[in-house]
Design a protein around this ligand. Structure first.
Ligand code: XMP
Length: 318
């Protein structure tokens, strides 16, 4: 007789039993998965639970201040670690999607090891890994060639880990995590937030990641978010975002020729991220998004709309 309350109680007990008198650290991203993980672990361990937020330089526009405000209201003590330079440095020239994911996963762990050592020796690391992350990263039947993407918090992690992982959401799908979040007292605004992948904007920039490309994508993505969030659509969509395609095409601005990048818009409906349908945005909304991006984001002169469902495509482009 499975209930969310039962799940919660069982995992709080399990964490207490497993961690004993030790300390547990957790990477908070401000997303629903890591936030619910943190609330659960905080409930289990109180002051022996420590939450870090790693600023990897791959966040969306205004994400850090918004996240700080939201998380501080939950009563979880949080430390912000500025690791932007390290991530961007390690990502220099890395264009392959899997290599990007693995580089980011490893860098996360390195930052954690460093921060944990700085504070004494912490043995346990909590992560908001969900069931779909586990099955898409580690195929039980197809061998390594069947790995679709190394979600940075599962297959993207190094083989030798200096931490023992605590993953209380490992048996759950996203919709169940949302319900658990409500059970733990999270507001609707928090619970209905769109998912944002751990590797952040890096997997929405095809090819290598540079500060300039990040800036362009951040601005374009902020326009997509703002337009969708100001429309009644917001609660219907699973995700809506921009992807930067560093493919140049010719355009015209005033009477001058331009030769700039392409932004792709993605808008999908899904229940758990395992499959997704394209949501054909209203032409008026799409037109506004396209117009604003091209008029105000230097570096983009063309906007396209991605009409590929999952499968056969995936939601993220990398
Ligand atoms: P795909 O692109 O595989 O994505 O169709 C399915 C869902 O998972 C999110 N996603 C991730 N989430 N770490 C995460 O925490 C990751 O490495 C990662 N990669 C993709 C994606 O945004 C979508 O909601």
């Amino acid at each position: 007789n499975w209930t969310l309350k039962g799940y919660l109680d069982r995992h709080v007990e399990e964490i207490r039993a497993r961690v004993g008198t030790d300390h547990l650290i957790c990477a908070l991203s401000g997303g629903i998965d890591s936030t619910v993980t943190a609330l659960l672990c905080h409930r289990a361990l109180g002051e022996r639970f420590h939450a870090f937020f790693v600023d990897n330089g791959l966040l969306r526009k205004n994400e850090l201040p918004e996240m700080e405000r939201d998380l501080s209201s939950l009563g979880i003590p949080l430390e912000i670690i500025d690791a932007r330079d390290l991530f961007l440095d390690r990502l220099k020239g890395v264009a392959d999607p899997e290599k990007k994911r693995k580089t980011i996963g490893r860098t996360f762990i390195d930052v954690f090891v460093r921060e944990a050592r700085r504070r004494g020796t912490y043995r346990y690391l909590a992560q908001g890994t969900l069931y779909p992350d586990v099955i898409e990263s580690v195929s039980s039947f197809g061998g390594p060639s069947a790995v679709i993407k190394s979600h940075h918090n599962v297959g993207g992690l190094p083989k030798r880990m200096p931490f023992e992982l605590v993953e209380p959401l490992r048996e759950l799908f996203k919709d169940e995590v949302r319900r658990l979040g409500r059970e733990l007292g999270l507001s609707d605004r928090f619970v209905s937030r769109q998912p944002f992948p751990g590797p952040g904007l890096a997997i929405r920039i095809l090819g290598s990641v540079t500060p300039e490309r990040l800036h362009i994508l951040r601005e374009a993505d902020a326009i997509v978010r703002e337009e969708v969030e100001n429309s009644p659509l917001r609660s219907e969509l699973w995700q809506y975002f921009a992807v930067l395609l560093p493919v140049k095409s010719v355009g015209v601005m005033g009477d001058a020729r331009t030769y700039e990048n392409v932004a792709a818009i993605r808008a999908v409906c899904s229940v758990d991220g395992m499959t997704a349908d394209v949501h054909y945005l209203d032409p008026g909304l799409l037109g506004r998004i396209s117009h604003r991006i091209i008029a105000t984001v230097p570096g983009i002169n063309r906007v396209v709309f991605d009409i590929s469902p999952k499968p056969p495509s995936t939601i993220e482009w990398e």
